[in-house]
Design a protein around this ligand. Sequence first.
Ligand code: GLC
Length: 443
Amino acid sequence: MKKTIVLMVLGLFAFAPAVLSQKNIDPKEIREKMQWFADAKLGIFIHAGIYAVNGIDESWSFHNRKISYADYMKQLQGFTLKKYDPAYWAALIQESGARYAVITTKHHDGVAMYDTRLSDLSIVKKTPAKRDMIKPFFEELRKRNIKCGAYYSLIDWSDANYPGFLNDSGRYLVAKDYDRWNRFRNFFQGQIKEINTLFTPDLWWFDGDWEHSAEEWEAQKVRSIILSGNPKAIINGRLQGYGDYETPEQNFPVSRPAFNWWELCMTSNDNWGFHHDNNWKTPYELITIFVDAVANGGNLLLDMGPKEDGTIPEEQINILKELGAWNKKNGEAIFNTIGGLPHGHFYGPSTLSKDSTTLYLFLHGKVNGPVMIKGLRNKVEEITVVGNGTKLQSKVVGKISWSPIPGLVYIDVPESVADKYVTVLKVKLDKPVSLYGGHGGLN
Ligand code: GLC
């Protein structure tokens, strides 16, 4: 039986690209610490920064010369956090069903969102907010058993010793001034140690590794700095091959990412930080995206961009609440599950209980008529609608008495059981799932 499941998993990986980008990490060695992440499924990303003052692109706006650096930095004066309520943020995140949150401790603009001792450029020293955002937020998350993630940009376009600055003009080349690069390295690695000591993040979310190589960042050393102080910390895949999981961004993967663990990070409108942007994704869209990620063995890290005063846009609050209500009803099919059936067995996303004896089928949008499972060798013991308990009938069609090939399982789904967004069926099997994936005919 186990073999069937192994083959099933291998079948899924066959579509994936051959090169793993986390090339330096052995999945066997990190499996244990990754368990909470694999079970968590939903995280909330928070892009908090001075860019919310004007509602412009985080850091990129000056880098891409949409605004001068001096004008960008004027936003420091408008960042107040005067209505910042970390307890409300944490409660809202909890209500959404998310089990972890990741907040910007420093974006590419170099503005630290906590009281760094290694630079003056922080919201504590340079803005009317005069306070650290991170500590009180992590405290509120931890009270609610939500894991705490620190986003940290390796790129720092404000630091005088960082080579890059604007998209068409940098400060210097690493190869030409290694001492200067070394000064920057001491600085950013110092901030990493500082954050590790001050906040002990459960997860590190690096960004911007593409500007330098693993050797230049000393990625392996950065990894060991974190793990020596905090051995269970999880590190995202943006550390030039030294991270623990893949991070596809915005674009939904059609085939499964190759590495064991992955997380899709996505905005709830078209921007990471607060913007005057009304292109909100609907709760239906986000729930179907979320379900798809989970069915493919991944997580969703859904972003929100708070305003400079610390309030969260109404539309974003609504998205999190709708997601929460759906999770409350259907969470059994999501949290602590594993990815579902390989393509071809069911025309929709699915997940499995960890022991693979319960299969969850997700039906998007309107429910009309029967659904079908192909190549299921198991006997179906019971089918219920998650969150309302209605029992459904199934029928096996086309099973030939003398053939070992399973028939098709048709399940009747009346419209009356439909969820507002995505309906979930719970299919209890006689034993761990066993699939037939052949070409039909005699074997
Ligand atoms: C990109 C952008 C950055 C954003 C991040 C979130 O890497 O550089 O602005 O914070 O994506 O995933």
